[in-house]
Ligand binder design. Structure first.
Ligand SMILES: C[S@@+](CC[C@H](N)C(=O)[O-])C[C@H]1O[C@@H](n2cnc3c(N)ncnc32)[C@H](O)[C@@H]1O
Length: 209
């Protein structure tokens, strides 16, 4: 699993490596651009919005939202990713924080129209992801949405089929979303929908009941 230092080292080549993997339509980034565009367009329908991005990285998504006049807050644990993101979004509220410890105290009592996270939450175990999303629901405005774009599968069987096809390229240190299981854990608390964008990617959309 990559530490914050690992992400620091990846920060200057991240955009190109992701783009290449998406263009070749290979795991893990097949569908990346479509995922980012879908989230961008959803938020732009309600713009200007107050947006929290968890694991914003080089701000591929949030810098576009920032340029379009949305108010951006973000959390990331990599100092170098934060540097790249700050160069694109100088007045955004970017907080260095490790989300395995939950949410930063600086965000207590804040609420958001959209809480987004792309290609970051698969570093949490399934149980930790569920608990983290429950915390996020408390920070979501009544008509807002949590939009999670990630390596994601509708069912465990689909994940297993991808794992088998990927062979040694599969990353055993990551915990990818299985929508049907997340639905089972959370559907008493919130509305959940799944939008598939490639054989290994999708957007999970969560609203208050
Ligand atoms: C694969 S990048 C995705 C970046 C961006 N969201 C995107 O879609 O291009 C994952 C990002 O999440 C951050 N990240 C990973 N684990 C984290 C953690 N435990 N706490 C905070 N940030 C984390 C990394 O530093 C990195 O910037």
């Amino acid at each position: 699993m990559l530490t914050n230092r690992g992400f620091d080292l990846w920060s200057d080549t991240y955009d190109t490596s992701v783009k290449k993997a998406d263009e070749k339509h290979i795991y893990p980034f097949a569908g990346y651009a479509r995922v980012i565009t879908a989230i961008y367009e959803t938020i732009m329908n309600q713009s200007p919005a107050k947006v929290l991005d968890i694991g914003f990285g080089t701000a591929m998504l949030t810098s576009k939202l920032y340029d379009a006049g949305n108010e951006i807050t973000g959390i990331d644990f990599s100092a170098e990713m934060i540097k790249v993101a700050l160069s694109k979004m100088p007045t955004a509220n970017l907080i260095q924080w490790n989300f395995t410890s939950g949410l930063p105290p600086a965000l207590s009592h804040q609420t958001f129209d959209y809480i987004v996270s792309t290609y970051a939450l698969h570093h949490l175990t399934d149980m930790a992801k569920t608990n983290f999303i429950i915390q996020l629901l408390d920070m979501l405005n009544p008509r807002g949405a949590i939009l999670i774009g990630d390596i994601c599968f509708r069912t465990r069987n689909k994940l297993r089929a991808c794992q088998e096809a990927c062979g040694k390229d599969w990353d055993n240190d990551e915990f990818y979303f299985v929508f049907s299981e997340l639905y089972e854990n959370l559907s008493v608390l919130c509305h959940l929908d799944f939008h598939e964008f490639s054989f290994c990617s999708g957007v999970i959309e969560i609203h208050h009941i």
